[in-house]
Design a protein around this ligand. Sequence first.
Ligand code: PLP
Length: 428
Amino acid sequence: MTASEFDTTWKRAQQLIPGGVNSPVRSFRSVGGKPFFVDRGQGPFLFDTEGRRYIDYVLSWGALILGHAHPVVMEALNRQILLGTSYGTPTPGEVELAERLTEMVPSVDMVRLVNSGTEATMSALRLARAVTGREYVLKFSGGYHGHSDSFLVSSGSGVATLSLPDSPGVPASTASLTLVLPFNDIDLLRDLFKEKGSQISSVFVEPVLGNSGLIPPEKGYLEELRSLTSQYGSLLIFDEVMTGFRVASGGAEEKFGVKPDLVTLGKVIGGGLPVGAFGGSREIMSKVAPAGDVYQAGTLSGNPLATAAGNAQLRFLQENDPFSELEGSANQLSSGIVKILRNGGISACGSSVGSMWGIFFSDSPVTSFEEAKAANIENFKKFHKACLRKGVFFAPSAFEAGFVSTEHTEDVINETLEIVQSVVSKGW
Ligand SMILES: *Cc1c(COP(=O)(O)O)cnc(C)c1O
């Protein structure tokens, strides 16, 4: 595609699809400029339709932990595709994926497969409400749990009782059942449970916030969540759609040693195809229809292509256990970028957890969404644009985590750091 063909196609996209994209952050509106159209992905790289190569740290928003077009995933897909795309009846692949998920995630004895993270969280919330007979749900500002009505609420003010919808179309009555607190604040959490604990069905938390930039939990925070929810009879739900199979092979619950009542999964478990899942103890999951009476269903749920790709990717993780290398790459990258920025006189801090990493243009470490919003967003935009121009694709928003894959070798990380160095030394 030539540059002018790109312009025509992008214009056409905007006429035909709202904002030109099928998920908002892809539009690059938060960084300015235009997105690129992808021609293909290979290993750690994306190639656009104009022939440019990018080192990719978005990796389909975390799904591709083995990089693009990994042979084991491609072979599994090739094998399945000759047998058909969907049957709407049970297949052994679903059982295999369920088995892998229960083997790898300690708190999961039983699992229901769905088609996206959004479906997983909204179904888990219904289940939690049914099991407890309570209607309130607590989440944390900056925590993303998909786009269903109940979760599109983030007061951001730290006032738990002031639950305003984030989007037109979300009924105020639905939003009023969603309580919001800032992440990592134990005192506010205790106060809220004292006041409303007996009415809270469940607490949804990204154990490591990954949709506000990367914000790890402070020491003792997840433990406190566990003990308060147990004390008040609320369910603790780890939304591990992003952290699952990313921060450790058993997810954040394994990494931090805190066991939730339910877990929601997505992204990595589909190997780049649309899959989500929610799971937990046999006792709770037995309430899901048709074993129990909590309704949940899906035409394409357990899709054979998706389970083939997911099984292949998870099998590779089980057999090769690449987590210490992934952790090394993510750490080398985030600490390397922070060092280069600081040497260039630019305020920055960063962190990594497993294969997830993030930086903020901020003097002091960021522990909540409120602090993330106070970082220097203008610097992020300039940095993003300059790196993209030189062939490094970071997520096009200051509030997204970065990822690495097993294909991000030492050479790829070093090449990235050299590019960052040249961007910083030349000024942006
Ligand atoms: C991506 C994400 C979701 C939503 O998943 P979709 O597949 O985009 O619907 C939910 N929760 C978390 C933590 C996520 O990162």
